[in-house]
Design a protein around this ligand. Structure first.
Ligand code: SAH
Length: 363
């Protein structure tokens, strides 16, 4: 009998690596080669909830597979639907940590906002995830598994776009995000086009460089939120480590067009001088600017900029020759919008705040 813990998780490796493991296994047990593709298809593309459910395979083979390999699920602990159709999922992980995922339908598209860490270490002043502290990095399976669960849902949720804008800082977990990107994009994986996958970061430079080195056209969004170091420092402690000028330089050499995220904080970062400074930064690296209304639930002490004033701020940017969009808020009634994701921790460990070099995992 194979011990449960020794089974190999086929969902925590790239489809290419899973194929290798299956080829070797099927040779060993004397099964025809075409079975490999049958199983591979049921990992991500047309996912099966278990080996048992792969009824196209002989029963004995399903049992042999189940003894050698693991096909884990992410457990949905709660599911909430907003009046605007946005849906929020709470996943409970094997070690009891929890993460949130948000599905946002918009016309023909469904964008899935996925998490890359349980909690977040960055402590941005306006964000609820930062307030819960950092628990741990997610594995590649736990990241891409959020999308797999949408395909397994009844009825399936047909995800067309992915944004790494849920809980956590993807570039502080680059090793796992790197593998997860392959699972999401590979035609033998979930097969989602690279241009439909956006990684959002506060500006962790090694991660931006690593993403730029990938051949696929993944998109990059940078959370700017303040157009000068003084103000950015107050709002985003990470700015000490990666100051604005360096982030802009990294965006300049990134070979695809970058998007700036800018959350509108009433009386804090929404004056005309801020628009002019932001326009200069955006023009420096040909960035597209997304203005995000402030959502409640982050730290207290901030108030949203009024919709009229956001429009005026957008006009100022446009007058400077910058392309800009005002983001629609989705799922605010179920606390599913940007910056609202947080879950109660069950463990007793205190939240981690420190930013050490070893938190940045670049392959
Ligand atoms: N750590 C990454 C990924 C999280 S993305 C990053 O920061 O880019 C979540 C986005 O929502 C970020 O742009 C974040 O700054 C923004 N956000 C955080 N709190 C918010 C709030 N209260 N209202 C609106 N947007 C917020």
């Amino acid at each position: 009998m194979t011990d449960e813990n020794q089974r190999i998780n086929l969902l925590n490796m790239t489809p290419h690596a899973a194929r290798g493991a299956l080829v070797e296994f099927f040779e060993r047990v004397g099964q025809p080669r075409y079975r490999v593709d049958q199983v591979l298809r049921r990992l991500w593309l047309n996912p099966a909830p278990s080996f048992e459910a792969m009824t196209e395979l002989p029963k004995a083979l399903r049992e042999t597979l189940d003894a050698a390999f693991e096909l884990p699920r992410l457990a949905i602990a709660a599911r909430q639907k907003s009046a605007d159709g946005t849906e929020k999922f709470l996943f409970r992980l094997a070690d009891n940590e929890a993460i949130e995922t948000v599905a946002i339908p918009d016309g023909d598209r469904v964008t899935l906002c996925i998490s890359s860490q349980a909690g977040c270490a960055l402590q941005c002043a306006f964000c609820a995830t930062g307030a819960m502290g950092f628990s741990r990095n997610l594995t590649p399976f736990e990241i891409a598994g959020q999308v797999r669960e949408m395909r397994l849902s009844d009825p399936p949720i047909p995800v067309t776009n992915i944004v790494f804008m849920g809980m956590g800082e993807p570039m502080m977990n680059w090793k796992a995000v790197d593998v997860a990107l392959t699972m999401l994009n590979d035609p033998a994986g979930l097969g989602i086009g690279a241009r439909h996958i956006t990684i959002s970061t506060v500006g962790v430079l090694p991660g931006i460089i690593a993403l730029g080195q990938r051949q696929e056209q993944f998109r990059l969004a940078i959370s700017i939120h303040a157009p000068n170091d003084g103000l950015r420092q107050e709002l985003m402690p990470i700015n000490t480590r990666y100051p604005l000028a360096q982030v802009i330089d990294a965006a300049k050499v990134f070979d695809r067009r970058v998007t700036f995220e800018y959350v509108m904080l009433g009386g804090v970062n929404d004056r005309e001088e801020h628009a002019l400074q932001l326009a200069k930064l955006a023009k420096d690296c040909r960035a597209f600017v997304n203005l995000i209304p402030l959502h409640p639930g982050g730290a207290r002490g901030f108030s949203p900029t009024s919709p009229d004033h956001i429009r005026a701020f957008a006009r100022e940017l446009r007058a400077e020759g910058v392309e800009v969009a005002v983001r629609k808020s989705r799922g605010v009634d179920i606390a599913a919008a940007c910056g609202q994701l947080r879950v109660e921790r069950l463990g007793r460990r205190p939240p981690r705040r420190a930013q050490h070099d070893d938190d940045v995992q670049v392959a």
